[in-house]
Design a protein around this ligand. Structure first.
Ligand code: FAD
Length: 290
């Protein structure tokens, strides 16, 4: 199928884009890389009357590393993030997620921020944002606001973004040298959306885990952290036994959805398996092999 007719706008400045979004409200959609929006329009699941193409907006294609953290602008493509040595050093969990996002052609066009704004429950980046307590930078004609990841994802393909708002960047807190992370997932073919996935981060002091984040995707309409399993890890020395305990808590606590791709029980089981695998990978990256 082909998209329904729409009017195409290509603003040259952020202010111009915000004016258009303010003027057209719910009748407008932002176009970034188009890797999710265009298929949805082609299937006529969305039929916006106005498309606001942000591809020419200046200053949004940067990755900035500062003392407080790392900021990824709205026009940074997945492929750029995947090749970024700065991200590998300063936001390794984001970097580790990139090869899992679709296929190379999709990563060449699709943007990191677009993936977060789209909020597919099986996508990697929303779960990474939740694991790292990322902060969304959002602008509208009314001004700017910041929204924490924990308050951003509100339902299936639904976020705290209003129709008149543009997400200009995503900010990740600075990454401690004592931390390790991993992204592990199960999908039928590489590049497919995950049936179940885990974005995982561990921080250590000496031989003890001081903080843990276990953020699952593909299990619910929004990414889910399993605080009960994170609590099992904190204060422990990372060992296979401790990881197995956390894995059991994950399988017993998660209440995943079942669908045509996998039953709820299968997802629970796989989430437990991924917990052990993800924790082992994350800890090995801090030089701690369980
Ligand atoms: P667009 O498609 O342009 O926009 C997506 C949505 O976000 C739209 O509603 C748009 O209005 C909104 N939006 C975009 N930018 C902004 C902004 N700055 N502010 C506010 N709203 C904004 N993704 C994964 O995560 N994992 C996968 O495994 C995966 N597999 C895929 C496989 C296929 C075959 C395809 C076609 C896609 C797949 N994707 C996957 C989806 C894709 O990677 C991302 O969803 C996509 O890159 C989103 O970024 P974009 O720039 O293309 O956004």
């Amino acid at each position: 199928m082909k998209p329904a007719p729409f009017t195409y706008h290509r603003p040259q400045s952020i202010d111009e884009a915000l004016d258009l979004l303010d003027r057209f409200g719910d009748d407008a959609k932002i176009l970034a890389g188009g890797q999710s929006l265009l298929p949805v329009m082609a299937l006529r699941l969305a039929a916006p009357e106005h498309i606001v193409d942000i591809g020419r907006l200046p200053g949004l294609d940067r990755i900035d590393v500062g003392l407080d953290g790392t900021t990824i602008g709205a026009l940074v493509r997945h492929a750029t993030a995947e090749r970024s040595d700065e991200l590998a050093r300063h936001a390794p969990l984001v970097h580790q997620a990139m090869p899992h996002v679709g296929h190379r052609a999709i990563r060449t066009r699709g943007t990191v921020v677009g993936s977060i704004a789209h909020a597919d429950p099986a996508a990697e980046m929303p779960a990474v944002c939740l694991a790292l307590d990322a902060v969304m930078h959002i602008s509208s004609v009314a001004g700017g606001r910041r929204v924490a990841a924990a308050d951003f994802f509100s339902g299936y393909l639904t976020t705290a973004l209003e129709a008149s708002e543009l997400m200009t960047a995503i900010e990740f807190p600075s990454w401690p040298a004592t931390a390790g992370s991993s992204v592990v997932e199960l999908s039928r073919r590489h590049g497919d959306y995950a049936m179940v996935g885990l974005a995982c981060a561990l921080d250590m002091s000496g031989d003890r885990i001081t903080s843990a984040a276990l953020s699952f995707f593909g299990v619910a309409p929004v990414p889910v952290r399993v605080a009960e399993a994170e609590a099992v890890l904190v204060g422990q020395t990372p060992t296979e036994d401790v990881f197995a305990q956390a894995s059991e808590v994950v399988s017993n606590t998660l209440d995943p959805t079942g669908d045509v791709h996998a039953t709820a029980d299968y997802r629970k089981h796989i989430a437990g398996v991924l917990t052990r695998k993800g924790l082992a990978e994350a800890s090995s990256r801090i030089g701690v092999a369980a």
